[in-house]
Design a protein around this ligand. Structure first.
Ligand code: ATP
Ligand code: MG
Length: 466
């Protein structure tokens, strides 16, 4: 956190009023706390050129223009903002007219994306409060309080109180570089508190994804969730079942692919949210201790790679998240007499289609995920040309990493992973030696996969068998 900011908060003149606290969430009367430029640490140097361009062009066209949300919150915490959200009184059409490189997206929540090369600035028109006469067409709420659409325009004050957390409702004005704090967010940044604006239960019902956002920010920022914002989550978690699978896919990526996956996973489980996203994974975790270990290790390795700026793929993570259910089904199918290869195929298909009811996993991730699973059955088979063929499979590396995770998690005995490590590192001579060894260890078929889980014997139906 910036030294100047902390000093400012501790100075005697810095007193806070709760303008839109739980009791006054419908507000609109009271104004924000305005912090002039010389009393806060945020400068234009924290922002990308693209973000400044958007702000200035809106401003010069006579519109209000503010940076808001994650970029201001993160700047106040001394972190590099990862992207920029602009709030304005210009309508999406007016924004669209100002920027050739822009397009209007979303139906439930219409915003404008302004593109500068690879950077996208999100421009959002101030949202107003619903329920008044002009609201019907543009805002819609289900009988359970779920916001189906939110396209009522309003002023900045109304916009601030419909945002999720107090720390996300801090605005930076391009007109005079001041900060407008509508919900005591700066104080919550100081005490590292995540607090929903308004009545938490109402706000979660409006949009249950806010429960996931609470956990995501708590893990990412190392904040605690305020007790009254935390309290309703256990009871309201099942509301996530109403969220369209496509939106949940996007949220799951943000939860697990932002470098804080392990902590996020623990919090999700703590609040009973994980079971709403991956119900079968949660069930198998209760039955097999390795399932949790496998997921944690996959997340830890993803976190590590992100911090090292190495590439990560959701396919690998989903492979780990769903492997418990796949193995559970496969074991059941084998117990009914199905041979291992078709059992794995069918189990994969069933576990995936069950999961897709909750979270849509695009084919470009589910296909490589299934390859990783299929290869688990090929990795133990190394005789003849098999090892070489497996080694050349485009998904070999991911499958090998996955095998190492399975061993480390205690699902299978260690050994095969080390063999493959040596095989990859060895020269031709060493590889030949390893292949001979594999053949000798494995006996006919070269399959020496040793499971810890006792496998049920296949029923034999032929008459002469005992
Ligand atoms: P980050 O981009 O670092 O993940 P962020 O806070 O910027 O965090 P965004 O998803 O980019 O998150 O949203 C920008 C802002 O829009 C938020 O800070 C918040 O003010 C508002 N917002 C986003 N999603 C919601 C929501 N579901 N309910 C209410 N307000 C929201
Ligand atoms: Mg953002």
């Amino acid at each position: 956190m910036f030294k100047g900011f902390t000093r400012f908060l501790q100075s005697p003149g810095a007193h806070f009023r709760t303008l839109f606290g739980p009791q006054d969430a419908s507000g609109g009367q009271a104004g924000p706390r305005i912090v002039p430029r010389d009393q806060h640490p945020i400068s234009r140097q924290h922002f990308s050129e693209a973000a400044l361009k958007v702000l200035y062009r809106l401003h010069n066209a006579g519109f209000e223009a503010y940076l808001v949300g994650g970029c201001i919150r993160d700047s106040l915490l001394g972190k590099m903002p990862k992207d920029f959200d602009v709030a304005t009184d210009a309508t999406p059409e007016q924004v669209r007219e100002l920027f050739r490189n822009s397009r209007i997206i979303g139906r439930r929540f219409r915003i404008v994306h302004v593109r500068f090369g690879r950077e996208v600035i999100e421009v959002t028109t101030f949202r107003g409060t619903h329920g008044d006469d002009h609201g019907e067409q543009v805002a819609q709420q289900s009988e359970h309080g779920l916001l189906l659409r939110d396209n009522v325009w309003g002023n900045i004050q109304e916009d601030a109180i419909r945002r999720d957390f107090t720390v996300n409702a801090i605005y930076y004005s391009i007109a005079d570089f001041s900060i407008h704090d509508f919900a005591d967010g700066m104080q919550d940044i100081e005490s590292r508190t995540l607090r929903l604006i308004g009545d938490p239960a109402v706000r979660y019902r409006e949009d249950p994804v806010r429960m996931l956002r609470a956990v995501r920010f708590a893990a990412k920022l190392d904040f605690h969730i305020a007790p009254d914002s935390e309290a309703p989550i256990g009871e309201l978690a099942p509301l996530l079942l109403q969220i369209p699978p496509a939106r949940l896919f996007d949220e799951v990526l943000k939860l697990f692919m932002a470098g804080h996956g392990v902590e996020t996973f623990r919090l999700l489980r703590h609040y009973g949210l994980f079971a709403m996203l991956f119900p079968e994974a949660e069930e198998t975790m209760a039955e097999q201790p390795w399932v949790e270990a496998l997921i944690e290790q996959a997340l830890a390795s993803t976190d590590r790679r992100i911090h090292e700026e190495r590439p990560v793929t959701p396919a690998f993570l989903f492979a780990a998240l769903l492997w418990g259910p796949v193995q559970h089904r496969q074991a059941a199918l084998e117990a009914e007499g199905m041979p291992p290869i078709p059992a794995l195929q069918l189990a994969s298909q069933q576990a995936l289609s069950r999961q897709l009811k909750h979270i849509s996993i695009p084919k470009r991730f589910s296909l490589p995920m299934r390859d990783i699973w299929d290869l688990q059955q090929r990795l133990p088979q190394r005789r003849g040309k098999r090892a070489l063929q497996t080694r050349e499979h485009p998904r070999f590396r991911a499958a090998y990493d996955f095998l190492l995770l399975r061993e480390a998690a205690g699902e299978i005995e260690p050994g095969l992973g080390a063999w493959w490590t040596a095989y990859q590192e060895g020269d031709e001579h060493e590889q030949r030696r390893l292949l001979e060894k594999a053949g000798a260890d494995a006996g006919p078929g070269g399959n020496d996969s040793r499971r810890r889980r006792p496998r049920k014997r296949r029923r034999r139906s032929s008459p002469g068998s005992s």
